[in-house]
Write a protein that binds this ligand. Structure first.
Ligand SMILES: *Cc1c(COP(=O)(O)O)cnc(C)c1O
Length: 402
């Protein structure tokens, strides 16, 4: 039995003009928005992990180390659209060495969590926002768009199949990682005419092994994560590839994470390799840089902007110059800095380190014994309470899946 999709997408179909000579013709021949309606055939793994195996994983899940028994997969071709939607056993991909993704990095991904509430029910947090971002990332990488409805149903079906893998208690969750890549075996430079979509799931404890303990940031002076007109706003592996060498430099300098500045003036704070940044001012504002096209539009960032008011703070989107931040921390105008993202939730920043300059100590400082400062703590707790159903959800951000 094969699931049949009703989508008739031809996004990604291109003219024959693109050749090995490098003649680029990136104009889609047909532009159409797929309508959705994939049905997921569910044929789960016949020999899933035992309860004892799962218990062993839950005892020390870490982040992204263990995967559940099943995955979602769907295929796309320019002539058939999306098809073969399946929830089936976790398996390796078979790829031609000529596959587009291995050469020209046509790939995107998402990250969100399924949360178990105290009553045993399981919920996703704003999955529509991830679906919309996945579609935007696909557009930027010239991949086919997966309809929002199909993205959501893939998550729902996979989580329902893997319900025993959703841990409960503490800050645990089932981390969901949707991904898509171009797999056409062709070395010419043009969008792949076939693609694979997949969702894998991984039980998660806390992202940072040391928990919500303040981290130190290394200022990347000679590297950029993203440039104007580039792919900074798309969730694509290439941005991460570009961040790994600076991240190594950070670790070599005794820091936990890199903070990237804008690529033009090297003056404006953008974000970390995989998290957005906020500063907390003494006047009660919580400030994050506006979306310039080089910053990834985090769902966590957006949620904090939306509910900071409820907690008594004033959310502001405003450019933050590193020089000003230094002066404002020293003068007491800025009290706290934190980073945010789905995986790590809200993480306090305790120290900002830059070559040739004195370390900037923020909040309660970084290190194993210091705790998160008050506003960062309040925002972190407020967000977790919402995600775990301990606080009312007036906006309808939670989507119950089981
Ligand atoms: C995913 C990601 C974030 C955080 O986004 P969330 O939706 O909050 O998880 C921030 N920056 C980058 C570069 C990312 O890839």
């Amino acid at each position: 039995m094969t699931a049949v999709g009703t989508s008739t997408s031809a996004v990604g179909a291109v003219t024959e003009a693109a050749t090995l000579d490098g003649a680029l013709d990136l104009q889609p021949a047909v532009e159409s928005r797929p309508s959705g309606g994939l049905r997921w055939a569910v044929r789960p793994n016949g020999s899933p992990a035992s309860e004892a195996d799962r218990a062993a994983v839950f005892a020390d899940p870490g982040f992204g180390r263990h995967f559940t028994d099943n995955m979602a997969t769907a295929a796309w071709t320019a002539d058939r659209g999306w098809h073969d939607a399946l929830i089936g056993p976790l398996r390796p991909f078979q790829l031609s060495p000529a596959s587009a993704v291995l050469h020209y990095s046509q790939s995107i991904f998402e990250g969100l969590k399924a949360y178990r509430h105290a009553d045993g029910s399981v919920h996703l947090f704003r999955p529509e926002a991830n679906a919309a971002r996945f579609a935007r990332s696909a557009r930027r990488l010239a991949l086919p768009e997966l309809p929002v409805e199909d993205f959501l149903s893939s998550l729902t079906e996979l989580v329902r199949t893997e319900i025993a893998w959703v841990p409960g208690g503490g800050e645990t969750s089932l981390y969901l990682r949707p991904l898509m890549f171009g797999d056409e075996a062709f070395l010419g430079v043009r969008p792949s005419r076939s693609a694979q979509y997949s969702v894998i799931a991984s039980p998660a404890g806390s992202y940072f092994t040391r928990g919500p303990v303040p981290v130190s940031l290394w200022v990347a002076e000679h590297y950029s994560r993203a440039a104007p007109g580039g792919t900074g706003a798309a969730k694509t592996g290439g941005n991460y590839a570009a961040s790994l060498l600076p991240q190594q430099e950070a670790v070599a300098n005794g820091c936990d994470q890199v903070v990237f500045l804008d690529a033009v003036e090297h003056r404006w704070i953008e974000e970390l390799g995989g998290m957005n940044v906020f500063v907390v001012r003494a006047d009660g504002t919580v400030v994050t840089p506006p979306l310039t096209g080089a910053i990834l539009e985090g769902v966590t960032r957006d949620a904090i902007l939306a509910f900071a008011g409820e907690l008594g703070y004033t959310p502001v989107e405003q450019p933050i110059a590193l020089d000003d931040l230094r002066a404002d921390v020293r003068s007491g105008r800025v009290l706290e800095v934190f980073a945010c993202g789905t995986a790590a939730v809200v993480t306090p920043v305790g120290r900002i380190v830059q070559a040739g300059l004195e370390d900037l100590v923020v909040g309660t400082g970084s290190g194993p014994v210091t705790a998160a400062p008050p506003v960062t703590s309040a925002i972190r707790t407020g967000l977790l309470d919402l995600q775990y159903g301990r606080r009312p959800d007036p906006v309808g951000w939670l989507r119950q899946v089981a």
